[in-house]
Design a binder for this molecule. Structure first.
Ligand code: MN
Length: 414
């Protein structure tokens, strides 16, 4: 029984306002190509198919087309909802997709009410059983009655509740079939990319590795975007296939893959990652404006995050970087000599001195005297509601208050 495992497509996600639907289309073509070339019997899509709860029509078209193509040649498709997916939308579509051998699971269900999908291999001989565990929110796991009963819920309540549900579900496996778990959850100790929703990969939602029952030949996971084997799952083949494209700069340098799994009853499955070549690279560049040119590579389509070393802020730096490197999506200025402003003797300094040392500390070079003059003249001006006497203590406590004042004045001046 051959299985293709993928997850976290996040179709509809953009990167710094650059839409990535074309990139996604190429990637999904590549995944369909792997399913065909590897001659798999089943495809597991382990959640976060869409980026948004209400995806665009374009995103929907792309996903449904990919699912239909994955389900061609009598392949079975199992799709579980992730935390980004709207369970109700998937529930509405499930009966339609079932006609095409695509099994959509929106919620935890008992084994014989859709919790376990029973699939026959294309040669009609082997059987595959997939225990489906879509994303379960804390609210969903602990219902209203329990909440009203009050009392302290133990810290491990979510982990224990999930482990229980998974074991009960997998107790419904029948002998003689390949048993696989498809789940969208966070196994504690797994390494995130920083592109997941932070709360949903925190300790609250961490599930113990022992929640994966020893009766499965493979656990296909979604939720964490870095492809990996979660630690602490002894003797059970278990993988996060990771996100399909490099979602954001937290995934710089990550390889993007799908897993091709060879499973037989009663023995651990064999796993082979297949690299996806059409995922666009993301790269960090550390350079000054003068040596930016040498980072320009002809024909390279990587999206770039540029850390630009410079002495002081200058107008139009972003545009100049993008003239040289059109794929620069994010430009951060780095001031190498920046030092913390001394705060110990702050009360012994004049406002002028304080403002100068703040600018020097922030930008690493002596400030323009005209700017400091302007600051001083502004400070001397009587102002409504917040006179010099009021401003001075605030500035002494936090020199950045001056910047806030400047901004507010600019806003007031239109
Ligand atoms: Mn995800």
């Amino acid at each position: 029984m051959k299985i293709l495992h993928t997850s976290d497509w996040h179709v509809g996600r953009s990167l710094h306002r650059v839409p990535r639907i074309d990139e996604m289309r190429t990637l999904l073509d590549e995944v369909v190509g792997v399913a065909t070339a590897e001659n798999v019997d089943a495809v597991l899509v382990c959640g976060d198919v869409f980026e948004h709860l209400s995806p665009s029509a374009e995103a929907e078209q792309l996903v449904y087309d990919a699912l239909l193509r994955l389900g061609e040649e009598e392949r079975a498709v199992v799709l579980i909802a992730g935390n980004h997916d709207h369970p109700g939308r998937w529930r509405a579509l499930a009966p339609l997709f079932r006609r095409f051998n695509i099994h959509v699971v929106d919620d935890l269900r008992p084994p014989d009410e859709g919790g376990i999908l029973r699939i026959t291999a294309r040669d009609g001989r082997e059987r595959l059983e997939v225990a489906a565990v879509p994303w379960v929110s804390e609210r969903r796991l602990f219902n209203a009655t329990e909440l009203m009963e009050g009392g302290e819920r133990p810290y491990t309540a979510y982990a224990d509740g999930m482990a229980n549900s998974i074991h009960q579900l997998c107790a419904g496996f029948s002998p003689g079939a390949c048993h696989v778990l498809a789940a969208h959850l966070f196994i504690s100790g797994s390494i995130p990319s920083g592109t997941e929703r932070p709360l949903l990969i925190s300790d609250i939602y961490a599930v113990n590795p022992t929640a994966i029952p020893a009766t499965v030949q493979y656990a296909a996971l979604g939720h964490v975007h870095r492809p990996q084997e979660p630690p602490g799952v002894p003797n059970i083949p278990c993988r996060y296939s990771g996100s399909l494209l490099r979602i954001d700069f937290g995934e710089v340098g990550q390889e993007k893959i799908v897993n091709v799994v060879d499973a037989q009853p009663d023995r651990p499955a064999r796993i082979r990652p297949v690299r996806l070549n059409s995922a666009r690279a993301l790269r960090d560049i550390h350079a000054g404006l003068d040596d930016l040119e040498q980072h320009r590579i002809e024909g390279d389509d990587a999206y770039l995050r540029v850390f630009l070393t410079c002495d002081a802020p200058q107008p139009g730096l972003n545009d100049r970087v993008r003239e040289i490197l059109p794929n620069a999506l994010q430009v951060s200025l780095v001031y190498p000599e920046a030092q913390e402003t001394e705060t110990a003797d702050v009360r012994s300094k004049s406002p002028r001195e304080l403002f100068s040392s703040y600018l020097q500390g922030r930008y690493g070079s002596p400030p323009d005297p005209a700017l400091v003059d302007l600051f001083e003249s502004m400070l001397a001006e009587p102002r409504e509601g917040a006179g010099q006497q009021l401003l001075w203590p605030a500035m002494a406590a936090d020199p950045s208050a001056v910047e806030a004042l400047e901004v507010s004045e600019q806003v007031a001046a239109g």
